[in-house]
Design a protein around this ligand. Structure first.
Ligand code: NOJ
Length: 775
């Protein structure tokens, strides 16, 4: 059915109530009404639709179902039957996990052909690092520190999604995450609130563009509100115990930035914070986000998180959970079935109000108008686009660009890298060396199983024909019977801890070769949701393989593929060169080869600290000093007896094939007023013999505060490109708003006093200048 809806709403607002009543016969649909000469603003249209809605239809707009069922085929279970009936009655607002133009069109048709008001559904999906063209996992991409690049990759992901019928992604995840044990560390931008804010906004801009109604953009979702990255002991879904100041200073800034950037939706979180489940957290959702921050978007619950308040022991049953969630400002119920079952009765009992309900429904309708779905519910359903605009050579080329810029060179003794393309022989070894699936990472959208370019393929495509390649897997990482293809998302992995039969062949290959490239790390599904681990070392028999190869050939290039900071203590002792390659997506092998053979000079910097030992976790650079920060030759200081307290590879760290020298920091003045600013400058010189990029980082410390302040905080960064021998001056404007924090007064304020400032190539940079802020 073709229709134009803009029409209807403008018409209705001008109609008298009695006439509206007349229109609301059972055959009335929002599509049948006459056009108005002028398009009313969205708010008026929203009000108009709302005025037509019956209670069941309002509640229906707050219901989101998963539809991983085939909408085009016969329904397969009672659950699906229930969903189908609800769709027909117009009692569903959104679907997730329905993908492909055909399925989306068919599902939308159910609403359009059967429901009274024909309010289109919004179709959502977890497009986390690409739809079908897969980009590096978000943590990896964050290592590029290149905001334009990340914006563009989100834009491509949005274009592919929109071309495939989707209108809403549940990304970006902007949970500050500091615990390598937490599997979802792969999905965010790491441990720093400033970096998370900048990257979050870049990704939101990429997904949403300037105009949500464009058929090339989709709605983004800032998640998970809030605290999800701080689960105790790195255990997923675990309780979060943080104080109000830590919440405001560390966790909330990326969300505030997202709200200010106009993110269309938020998702709340599974965890409780200091005893209150985030999904039922009124102070956070209704008072802060929707109140103080005046954000007008749509808050969706996380999957089943409304119902999970029962297991938390916070709600006695689903009805109670629905009451808590709606009161708290949770607008849409993803898969808890709590709103559909109980909001009606709760309204009758006056446990919730019609105003609250209307507010939630308005937020859903507003988004549907903004997306242009009322104008054409099939707007995103274009089979031609789906065929021609997804997984294109251009998109893949850009994925390679993003992937190579996400690689971090952690170690490069004696300039072992880059390798010559004319090596006589090269051994490519390891369980991940020819793995075409793990590089896609977890949360890989519609990325096809086994579709990445493997490292081996990338290397073969790069070296000259005289180079002899010896490939050996050495050991399998997982036990083959659990290599379940796409099903791996839901299944635990079993690691190979017994079969070492491939090691002798790997050793023989290593013996024959000039250089060994050893690809080790993590399977794609070792990180992601529900993938917490207490051990962040190399699973299975990878250590045995490493030691055996090292015995016969010391010229090892370690290629790490992983989704979390790993324990690299042994590897960093013995391997002369290490490349952190994350899970780099569709073009992984080509991108790694670009770096290994020097076609691209690596420029990535770590967005998370890598520890010496898992026992240091959570480890992050912007820690507080404690009263006993240093060793005084006795035991009573804040450290460990059996390991350093610093990172093995710190936040912001990453090498290049060239070297950069930093001049002295200069400040244009030493004193600034509360509303003033200071310019901090530094000259950076490329002192090596090849061109390269450097991420110049600005850190600040507020020396004395009404609350203890972190030892350093990232407050600016700029990625520069310098030819060999060239230099440039990088300036940072330090304005008062950068120095604010959520103070002991429970307000965002700048406190007068001394501030130290550092500019360097990582968070351990030492030369420093000071300035003061005065009233
Ligand atoms: C649960 C995850 O926590 C959330 O991030 C995701 O968007 C939903 N499932 C939907 O898949």
């Amino acid at each position: 059915m073709k229709f134009t809806t803009s029409i209807f709403y403008t018409t209705v607002v001008t109609l008298k109530l009695s006439f509206i009543a007349l229109l609301l016969s059972s055959s009335t649909s929002v599509q049948n009404l006459k056009p108005s000469p002028k398009i009313a603003p969205i708010e008026q249209k929203v009000d108009s639709v709302l005025s037509l809605m019956r209670l069941n239809e309002k509640i229906g707009q707050l219901v989101q179902y998963s539809g991983s069922w085939d909408a085009t085929g016969p329904t397969s279970s009672q659950g699906d039957q229930h969903k189908l009936e609800k769709l027909k009655r117009g009692e569903v607002g959104s679907m997730l996990n329905v993908t492909s133009v055909a399925s989306i069109r068919e599902t939308q048709k159910i609403i359009m052909e059967h429901s009274r008001l024909k309010i289109p559904l919004i179709f959502a999906y977890d497009v986390i690092h690409g739809y079908k063209t897969i980009f590096p996992i978000p943590l990896g991409e964050s290592a590029s520190w290149d905001l334009d690049l990340m914006q563009k990759s989100a834009e491509i992901a949005a274009r592919e999604s929109a071309a495939s019928g989707l209108q809403w992604t549940f990304a970006p995840m902007i949970d500050v995450s500091r615990d390598a044990r937490w599997g979802r560390v792969m999905e965010g931008a790491g441990e720093d609130p400033f970096l998370n804010s900048k990257i979050g906004v870049a990704r939101i801009k990429g997904f949403q563009g300037d105009d949500l109604s464009s058929k090339f953009t989709i709605a983004a979702c800032a998640k998970h509100f809030a605290g999800y990255g701080f689960g105790e002991a790195g255990r997923d879904y675990n309780t979060v115990n943080i104080g109000i100041h830590e919440l405001h200073n560390t966790i909330l800034p990326p969300f505030k930035a997202a709200a200010e950037a106009g993110v269309a939706t938020f998702m709340n979180a599974f965890n409780d914070i200091d005893g209150i489940p985030a999904t039922g957290h009124k102070a956070l959702q209704r008072d802060l986000l929707k109140g103080e921050w005046q954000w007008e978007g749509l808050m969706v619950s996380d999957w089943g998180s409304i119902g999970e308040m029962i297991a938390h022991g916070y709600a006695k049953d689903k009805r109670h959970a629905a009451e808590i969630a709606l009161n708290a400002g949770s607008d849409m119920d993803m898969e808890s079935y709590a709103y559909e079952a109980h909001l009606g009765a709760l309204l009758e009992e006056q446990k919730i109000t019609m105003n609250q309900l209307d507010d939630a429904v308005r937020r859903v309708l507003r988004l549907k108008f903004e997306l242009g779905l009322f104008d054409d519910p099939y707007k995103y359903c274009d089979e031609e686009r789906e065929k021609n605009e997804v997984y294109t050579p251009i998109n893949l080329a850009f994925a390679r660009e993003v992937a190579k810029k996400s690689i971090v060179l952690l170690k490069n003794d004696k300039k072992m890298l880059p390798l010559s393309k004319d090596l006589k022989s090269l051994a490519v070894i390891g369980p991940l060396a020819n793995d075409k699936d793990s590089p896609l990472g977890n949360w890989r959208g519609k990325g096809t199983y086994n579709s990445a370019v493997s490292l081996l393929e990338g290397i073969k495509g790069m070296v000259g024909k005289n180079t002899k390649i010896y490939y050996e897997k050495g050991v399998a990482l997982t036990v083959p019977s659990v290599e379940l293809g796409t099903n791996q998302f839901l299944h635990p992995l079993k690691f190979n801890t017994t079969d070492a039969s491939g090691i002798p062949a790997a050793v023989a290959a290593a013996k024959k070769a000039e250089v060994v490239v050893l690809a080790i790390g993590e399977n794609a599904y070792q990180t992601g949701e529900g993938r917490s681990q207490v051990d962040i070392g190399f699973a299975g028999l990878q250590n045995e393989l490493l030691e055996a190869v090292y015995k016969v050939n010391k010229n090892i290039v370690i290629v790490l593929m992983n989704g979390r900071p790993m324990d690299l203590s042994r590897v960093s002792q013995i391997a002369p060169s290490i490349l952190e390659c994350w899970h780099l997506g569709s073009e992984s092998g080509n991108a790694i080869a670009d770096v290994v053979f020097g076609d691209y000079n690596p420029s990535g910097k770590l967005p998370v600290s890598f520890p010496h030992h898992v026992g240091q976790e959570p480890l992050y650079y912007n820690q507080k000093n404690t009263g006993r920060p240093n060793s005084l030759n006795h035991v009573t200081f804040s450290g460990y007896r059996d390991a350093p307290k610093s990172a093995l590879y710190p936040f912001g760290f990453g090498l290049s094939y060239t070297t950069f020298e930093y001049g002295e920091i200069t400040l244009n003045k030493n004193v600034m007023t509360l509303n003033g600013e200071i310019i901090a400058s530094v000259e950076v010189k490329n002192t090596g013999d090849v061109a390269g990029e450097e991420v110049v980082q600005l850190y600040v410390r507020d020396m004395v505060g009404s609350l203890v302040r972190p030892v350093k905080e990232l407050k600016g960064f700029e990625k520069i490109h310098l030819k060999a021998g060239a230099s440039t001056t990088v300036n940072f404007i330090i304005s008062a708003d950068l120095l604010q924090f959520y103070t002991a007064n429970n307000k965002w304020e700048v406190e007068p006093g001394t501030f130290n400032v550092w500019i360097g190539g990582d968070s351990t940079t030492e030369p420093m200048k000071s300035f003061s802020v005065v009233e």
